[in-house]
Design a binder for this molecule. Structure first.
Ligand SMILES: [Cu+2]
Length: 507
């Protein structure tokens, strides 16, 4: 068993801050153990990394971004270099800031040593610009999609979408956030000083070997259940803290994990306001004290940090979803998946806080789609075939409508300019976040009931629990292409890679 120096170095801070006795700390010299101990003790020793802001450069009326996908060595832990992938950096990528209505070009240069893609998650763009499995970028090549930003002000993201390798590439770091601004959003009195009172939070969980590597290895149970780590990371920072200087802080939260649904709350249970969903602002701020985000979902929240004490953004297990899987074979295989407590970020308010404008009562108007305008209803059933044969790797274990993803098979053809209702069912024993490319949809109902207030906005990903039936509605407009499909899939990346994905064209 190898001792890790960095743990010893950081132990100083750990001991200074830790509620755990020195015996436990000294006994925990190996990295994961040390980290786990620090995490469960709620010790936050690293300043939160804020991804660099990239506003692009103007070139003949087009905003151009240069993104180099590369291998890196990240310093998650003192004096340990963890091999990673990153975009213009060692791990994750810059926050791309875009303006609605602008034309953008993204020069995606692949230097990671293998083929990958980059997908603009949540964007309504032509299929050939989508960055899905049909737009592979070979190592050494540059792909330069160009499109108009047709989104409303919200927080989006970009990530690898390489067939069968998405989980691997995202785990190692190929992801970043996109912030879209528009005039309506600009006119609102919301915190907007990036990195000061307007903070992107890419939440992930990872696991490390004892020498600090976070190589991607998915076991058969990982593929069945999704790969979950024991170390929470926020913007690639382990055990982070953030010093807040203003009374109201806006957090743009992305669940960037491979497979974990987070149930987010502050450790003191304080209420906060959700102001946005995946693809836009809510019509009005929604007061709550917790928020459930499945992989790929985003939420913007406003939290009042005044009161003089530090608060910690934590995730607890989700009851009713993963948490229901307590007993039996599934529970045994899952271990503590989905039930871990993660401390994602400690917020330390400054002794004297800058005043913030009062939160607007109205944020936007959502153009609700009338269900009667839908001319077609499609049904999608996510399923997993469980059992010993599947655990050994036989057959299509992860399916939508009983079929695993095939590049050459178009599953659905949607008529351009029409509105459709998609009914998404889940007959498997696990919850699955269902993501649709091309559109921002609206949730009509969940088992016949109106969606939760925090879901009454524009969405591109929706969690479908076991046995649930979720109806969504969307308009398929602007872009048609008979040859290049868009994807719909489970956003548990191991499930996506194992076949829980299908393809639709718009013609
Ligand atoms: Cu899934």
């Amino acid at each position: 068993m190898k001792l890790v120096n960095p743990a010893i170095l950081s132990r100083r801070d750990f001991l200074r801050n830790s509620a755990i006795g020195s015996t436990a700390a000294f006994a925990a010299l190996m990295l994961p153990t040390w980290q786990t101990a620090a995490q469960s003790a709620g010790v936050h020793i690293n300043p939160l990394k804020i991804p660099p802001l990239d506003k692009g450069r103007m070139e003949n009326g087009v905003t151009v971004y240069d993104l180099k996908l590369q291998q890196g060595a990240a310093d998650f832990f003192d004096q340990i270099k963890t091999p990673t992938l990153g975009i213009n950096g060692s791990y994750l990528g810059p926050t791309l800031r875009m303006r609605a209505g602008n034309k953008v070009r993204l020069n995606v240069r692949n230097a990671i040593g293998e083929t990958t893609t980059l997908h603009w998650h949540g964007f309504h763009i032509p299929a050939k610009m989508d960055g899905g499995p049909h737009q592979p970028v070979q190592n050494g090549e540059t792909w330069s999609p160009e499109f108009e930003v047709k989104q409303k002000a919200a927080s989006f993201w970009y990530h690898s979408h390489q067939l069968h390798e998405t989980a691997n590439h995202v785990w190692r770091g190929l992801a970043g956030m996109i912030i879209v601004d528009d005039e309506e959003g600009d006119a609102l009195a919301l915190p907007r000083d990036y990195g000061v009172d307007d903070i992107p939070l890419v939440l992930q969980d990872r696991s490390f070997s004892q020498d600090g590597r976070m190589d991607y290895n998915a076991s058969r149970p990982d593929i069945m259940m999704g790969k979950v780590g024991n170390v929470p990371m926020t913007n690639g920072t382990v055990a982070p803290y953030f010093e807040a200087k203003s009374k109201l802080i806006r957090l743009r939260i992305l669940n960037g994990s491979n497979a974990n649904t987070y149930n987010l709350a502050f450790d003191d249970g304080r209420a906060f306001f959700q102001i946005g969903t995946d693809g836009g602002l809510l019509e009005a701020p929604f007061k709550t004290s917790n928020i459930i985000l499945s992989p790929a979902e985003r939420a913007e929240i406003i939290v009042d940090v005044s009161g003089g004490k530090n608060i910690v953004l934590t995730s607890r297990g989700v009851s009713g979803g993963m948490g229901m899987m307590g007993g039996g074979m599934m529970g045994g295989m899952m271990g503590n998946r989905g039930s871990s407590r993660y401390n994602f970020l400690e917020i330390r308010p400054a002794p004297s806080l800058n005043a913030s404008a009062e939160l607007p009562a109205k944020l936007t108007t959502i153009d609700w789609i009338n269900p009667e305008s839908a001319t077609n209803t499609r049904r999608f059933i996510m399923n997993m075939t469980m059992g010993p044969l599947m655990m050994l790797g036989f057959g299509n274990s992860h399916t939508i409508n009983d079929r695993a993803m095939k590049m050459r098979r178009i599953d659905e053809v949607v008529k351009l300019g029409t509105t459709e209702i998609w009914e998404i069912g889940n007959t498997s024993p696990l919850p699955h976040p269902f993501h649709v490319h091309d559109v921002q949809f609206q949730i009509l109902d969940r088992n016949g009931r109106k969606p939760h207030p925090g879901e009454r906005g524009l969405k591109d990903t929706v969690l479908v629990n076991q046995g649930e039936n979720v109806r969504i509605i969307a308009r398929f407009q602007d872009f048609s292409d008979p040859d290049r499909p868009y994807m719909y899939h489970c956003h548990i990346l191991e499930h996506e890679d194992a076949g829980m994905m299908g393809q639709f064209t718009v013609v």
